[in-house]
Design a protein around this ligand. Structure first.
Ligand code: FVH
Length: 303
């Protein structure tokens, strides 16, 4: 229930009543933390057997998604994808409900889902989880969740949302939590791709992966400066001031990377697309772009 004078959910921050739809790996981890913190939790999962663990820890198990939604005003969703959210909530009365959707989706899906929820009389907050299930309820693991959409709803349930992991509100546009989530994950995938290529390069040599590992970690840490540098250049439009590793040199160096891969019998499929972007940036205007750093690749990516 929601207190209409304060907008807060019934109970103290330590005793909120809420519903959770979805008891996969992540939903189960979320449920465990809310139950351990003393919250009153109603759960529902499409496959009922997965409710056994939270039930043994004190959760009430609803027989249907509709019954679970009816049980509390605050309803958290942690399902596979946006289609499963639509399927689980299909035909359910959402008037007066506060939906917090932690299901991963695209920004456009989040915006459409927010409009869909609001049409049905619900407040909507979208979440992008930056944690694995093992990081949930472990503050020192550093996991957190991006939130966007209804700021009033975020403030109303902030205390309970902060139980499983940190909470970072990134604006009223409901798509921005998903966008932040995917931006960070995309950068992570690029890093994973580069690390995979590095290990492939040494695979047939007398170099143990475990010996390369600390060197890779140290080097990636040292190169972390590019995150802030690129942001400053994209903001100012100045891609050349203070450059010490210029694009003309880097394009020549990229040829060495590709030839080394060839010598080692390694596919260039992970690194070649980035090399191609740098070459295109330089070729477009060698005099203007040769003295830049590599940030100009961002401009070529935008369609
Ligand atoms: N696990 C992770 O490492 C990542 C960390 C970052 C965030 N993601 C996202 O969290 C969402 C849930 O992920 P999950 O790990 O809990 O996923 P599963 O263990 O596969 O559980 C999926 C749940 O979704 C239910 N479900 C699927 N389809 C439907 C449907 N049509 N109607 C109702 N429920 C549906 C499924 O039910 P069941 O298969 O047990 O019956 C599970 O409860 C996800 O968006 C990640 O991207 C996790």
């Amino acid at each position: 229930m929601t207190d209409t004078t304060t907008g807060t959910h019934t109970g103290t921050a330590a005793q909120t009543s809420l519903t959770l739809l979805g008891l996969g790996d992540m939903g189960t981890a979320l449920a465990r933390t809310w139950l351990a913190a003393g919250h009153s939790l109603t759960v529902w999962n499409r496959t009922p057997a997965k409710a056994a663990a939270p039930a043994s820890e004190g959760a009430s198990v609803a027989p249907s998604a509709a019954a679970a939604v009816a049980a509390n005003d605050l309803v958290v969703l942690c399902l596979l994808d946006d289609a499963s959210v639509g399927s689980a909530l299909d035909g359910i009365d959402l008037a007066g409900k506060d939906l917090v959707n932690l299901t991963t989706g695209t920004p456009a899906e989040a915006r459409a889902r927010a409009a869909w929820a609001e049409e049905r009389g619900a407040r909507y907050l979208d979440g992008g989880i930056m944690a694995t299930p093992t990081m949930i309820g472990v503050p020192e693991a550093g996991g957190y969740v991006f939130y966007s959409g209804s700021h009033a709803l975020f403030e109303t349930c902030r205390a309970v949302l902060e139980v499983p992991a940190g909470a970072r509100f990134v604006g009223g546009n409901p798509g921005h939590a998903a966008l932040h989530d995917v931006a960070l994950l995309s950068a992570m995938w690029g890093m994973f791709a580069g690390i995979s290529h590095a290990y492939a390069l040494i695979a047939d040599e007398d170099i143990a992966p475990k010996d390369l590992a600390p060197l890779l970690s140290e080097w990636l840490g040292a190169m972390n400066f590019f995150v802030g540098n690129a942001a400053e250049r994209l903001t100012s439009g100045d891609f050349t001031s203070g450059v010490v590793s210029n694009l003309a040199m880097q394009v020549v160096g990229s040829g060495t990377m590709l030839r080394t891969a060839d010598e080692q019998g390694v596919s260039t499929e992970l690194v070649a697309p980035y090399v191609d972007l740098l070459r295109r940036r330089l070729a477009a205007d060698p005099a203007a772009h040769g003295g830049e750093d590599t940030t100009g690749a961002v401009l070529l990516l935008k369609r």
